[in-house]
Structures are given as C-alpha cells and as structure tokens.
Design a protein around this ligand. Structure first.
Ligand SMILES: Nc1ncnc2c1ncn2[C@@H]1O[C@H](COP(=O)(O)OP(=O)(O)OP(=O)(O)O)[C@@H](O)[C@H]1O
Length: 140
C-alpha cells in the first residue's frame, strides 16, 4: 500500500475540553506522521466553505455555527493507507455507533460535536489540506 495523506481537524468541543493532546497522542501512536499542524479559529463563512458539500443538509447552519464556535487544530497526516486507516481510528460519525477504542467513542459528545474530522477520500484530503496550509507551512 502506498504512503499517502489525510486531513484532520480537532473540532471545537474536543479542543475546548483540553483533549487535543490526548487525541494527537492516539493519532501518533497509530502510526500517523504530522506533516502540517496549526491551531486556528474558523469564521462561520469559512466553515461554510469547508462544509459546502453539506449545504443542502438540514444540519448545515448548525454545523457552521458549531465549527466556528471556538478554536480548532487542523493537521495533515501521513501514513500508508492514510484515509481509510484514519477513518477507522476515528470511528463512526455518531459516537453512539462508534466502535470501542475509537477517538469518537472516547471523546465525542454527539453526532455534531464529534471531536474530529477525517477526509473521506484521497482527493478530498488533498483539497482540504490545501484549504488550510500553503506549501511553506508543510514539512514535506
Ligand atoms: N445528522 C446530523 N446532525 C448534526 N450534525 C451532523 C449530522 N450528520 C453529520 N453532522 C456533522 O457534519 C459533519 C460532516 O458530516 P459527514 O456526513 O461528512 O460525517 P463524517 O464524514 O463522519 O464527518 P467528517 O466529515 O467531519 O469527518 C459530521 O462530522 C458532524 O459534525
């Protein structure tokens, strides 16, 4: 399997509760290398752009308000089979359905405030990484 990249955000609920360090530890222990990382806070408009694909969904306005409600950490991660392995590590969108030991099972509060984001394809990982980081903000 080829080494590739995924993109993650530690969402406002997890950041506010001081869980960023524990989540990053789980990510590194699972074999992911941090290629870029920053703490930042989204505006509602920028959150809206990031989640534009969900703009027709009933939860879109709430999602944009939540994602801009406090600081987040954005990061690009590298590993073999990164996208698929990271989605396994974070677990199902709804923490009630997430497998034991997954990041969302341990840290998420609800289907919306679900602690972390993980890209769903190699193509989206590249788009999302470029959304947050310029070439000069990446290790490689
Ligand atoms: N039914 C819902 N009600 C409220 N918020 C939701 C709902 N479904 C999804 N969301 C929010 O929208 C985000 C994007 O939804 P999506 O279906 O892409 O889930 P995901 O791929 O597991 O999550 P992410 O894209 O953040 O990794 C979810 O992570 C969650 O924060």
């Amino acid at each position: 399997m080829a080494t590739n990249r995924t993109f993650t955000m530690i969402k406002p609920d997890a950041f506010a509760e001081g869980n960023s360090g524990a989540i990053l530890k789980m990510i590194e222990e699972a074999g992911f290398k941090i290629v870029a990382m920053k703490a930042t806070q989204l505006t509602k408009e920028i959150a809206g752009k990031f989640y534009e694909v969900h703009s027709a969904r009933p939860f879109y306005a709430d999602l944009c308000a939540y994602m801009s409600s406090g600081p987040i950490i954005a990061a690009i991660l590298e590993k073999e089979n990164a996208v698929e392995d990271f989605r396994k590590l974070i677990g199902a969108t709804n923490p009630a359905d997430a497998a034991d030991g997954t990041i969302r099972k341990i840290f998420a509060k609800s289907i919306e405030a679900n602690a972390v984001h993980g890209s769903d394809s190699d193509e989206n990982a590249a788009i999302e990484g470029a959304f947050y980081f310029s070439m000069t903000e990446r290790v490689g």
